[in-house]
Design a protein around this ligand. Structure first.
Ligand SMILES: [Zn+2]
Ligand SMILES: [Zn+2]
Length: 288
């Protein structure tokens, strides 16, 4: 009895008011505590939590405590079950010695490992899953590390192009330099990053089911649009804007002089023919 009391006193000195202790009428104790992942007091990056309750009967520590989990947040049923099981096994392997502190810290450790943000990665649009590697930016946005690495690679290439453009543009006033930095895809804050580390992170794994749902929807739409495109082609409703704009263009450096000579003679009638055929196709005389 004394040993239980002194163990609880030690816990109270560590967890202070967070720990709730009740002595049950039929003998024994109930110790309960809300647990968060250890994220150095950074509440914004705590995505999971649970209340751990440990019931001790009057035989404790010579009997195994009964462990239960309440009010979980952000944890799957599978995760909760495996957490509860592994704590119970740990408790049973320590019969005869005080185990409460060990159980609480173990639960915290597992919570910290399972601390995964809600929502989707805005780069690949898939949700975050356990075991995936993700990154929190200084602006508190979350991405798969690999996705962010690919985004940054692309942004850096664009920035280099932009830099080259500015370099070549001698008329530009060099005092009004643009801020060339890779920015967060969500909020446009400049990013600080270690690109090699991001790119070497494993890419997120997309489950077959998710792929199948998107693939099926997409294929259906694609087939429908393809049918419409064919119909429009048949009716002459599809116009290639580049080919159209070059239709009446004469490339002087590409053709031989005799051809130009013939073309010049024919020019009047060619223009007339083009205008009338454009009218047939529903264009006005400006060719718009
Ligand atoms: Zn992603
Ligand atoms: Zn951001």
């Amino acid at each position: 009895h004394r040993s239980v009391l002194s163990e609880i006193e030690v816990l109270q000195s560590i967890y202070l008011d967070e720990l709730s202790v009740n002595q049950r009428d039929e003998g024994g104790w109930t110790v309960s505590l809300v647990l968060y992942p250890s994220t150095a007091e950074d509440c914004l990056s705590q995505f999971v939590r649970l209340t751990l309750t440990v019931d001790l009967d009057s035989q404790y520590p010579y009997s195994s405590p009964c462990i239960s989990i309440h009010n979980p947040r952000g944890l799957s049923d599978d995760k909760l079950l495996s957490l509860q099981r592994s704590l119970q096994i740990e408790a049973e392997s320590c019969i005869g010695t005080p185990v409460l502190y060990q159980l609480i810290e173990r639960a915290k450790e597992i919570l910290t490992e399972s601390n995964i943000p809600h929502g989707n990665c805005v780069i690949c649009l898939y949700g975050f899953k356990e075991g995936e590697v993700f990154t929190k930016t200084s602006c508190y946005h979350y991405f798969h590390s690999h996705c962010l690495g690919r985004y940054i690679t692309h942004s850096e290439m664009e920035l280099k192009d932009r830099e080259r453009e500015l370099e070549e543009d001698k008329t530009r006033d060099r005092t009004e330099e643009e801020d060339l930095a890779v920015v967060c895809p969500v909020c446009r804050e400049p990013l600080t990053y270690d690109l090699d580390a991001l790119l070497s992170s494993p890419a997120p794994v997309f489950t077959q089911q998710e792929d199948a749902v998107i693939g099926g929807e997409f294929k259906k739409k694609w087939a429908a649009l393809q049918k419409i495109l064919e119909q429009q082609k048949e009716k002459g409703g599809v116009i290639d804007p580049e080919a159209e704009s070059n239709r009446f263009l004469i490339h002087i450096n590409e053709v031989n002089p005799t051809w130009i000579f013939k073309k010049c003679i024919l020019f009047g009638s060619v223009v007339e023919h083009c205008v009338s055929s454009a009218k047939d196709r529903g264009f006005d005389s400006q060719g718009t």
